[in-house]
Design a protein around this ligand. Structure first.
Ligand code: FES
Length: 202
């Protein structure tokens, strides 16, 4: 796991948009009195969606809203790779799983595509600022390795060619269908179900 630190350049402040503020205030009410801190991840995620990345002022604003110490929210934002601590590509930030099952299935070749098509180094923005990439630990789709996560969606069963197609689709401003990129349903066998078929008919 890489070191995850706040970006040295930060905006001066953060405020939720009126719509996001109303949403956040409603989310906080979903938790019992005294347990509002449980809303920290959804609020941080909404702040990131609004700003494009998870800024230090946003971390402090969320802490203030939930009555949490800044360090507690900082710990959460720096632990989970779902939170971006520096600006990322506006069209796609490609998180390539590099843990063993994905690596055995070719994650290194996906990283080579990212280096060639996006930027030579992880967390570096592409020349047009629209793409960035990084390697992360297991994202929970090991049965469909190798895979990447782009913002909130996962793209699975990838090959270098399929990843290139995905990047081209994002470059055109389209939203490719998440999940298996070879047509599997979840992690079902490629040729369809192989067990319990009699039960499915009854
Ligand atoms: S090892 Fe890649 S998703 Fe689990």
């Amino acid at each position: 796991m890489s070191n995850r630190r706040l970006h040295p350049e930060q905006p001066s402040h953060f405020v939720f948009s009126p719509q996001n503020l109303a949403w956040a205030q409603d989310i906080i009410t979903h938790y019992p009195a005294g347990k509002q801190a449980a809303a920290v991840i959804p609020l941080l995620w909404r702040a990131q969606e609004q700003e494009g990345w998870c800024t230090e002022p946003a971390i402090r604003a969320v802490a203030d809203m939930l009555g949490m110490a800044y360090i507690r929210v900082y710990e959460i934002a720096t632990f989970y790779t779902m939170f971006q601590l520096a600006p990322v590509g506006t069209l796609a930030h490609v998180q390539v799983c590099g843990t063993t099952p994905c690596l055995l299935r070719g994650a290194d070749t996906l990283i080579e595509i990212c280096k060639a098509r996006i930027a030579g180094q992880a967390h570096e923005l592409s020349a047009d600022g629209k793409f960035s990439w990084e390697e992360v630990e297991c994202l929970g789709s090991c049965a469909n390795a190798p895979m990447v996560q782009i913002f909130k969606d996962t793209y699975e069963d990838l090959t270098p060619e399929l990843l290139e197609k995905l990047l081209e689709a994002f470059a055109k401003g389209t939203q490719p269908k998440p999940g298996s990129q070879i047509g599997r349903t979840a992690s079902c066998p490629k040729s369809g179900p192989t067990t319990l078929k009699e039960l499915a008919k009854s």
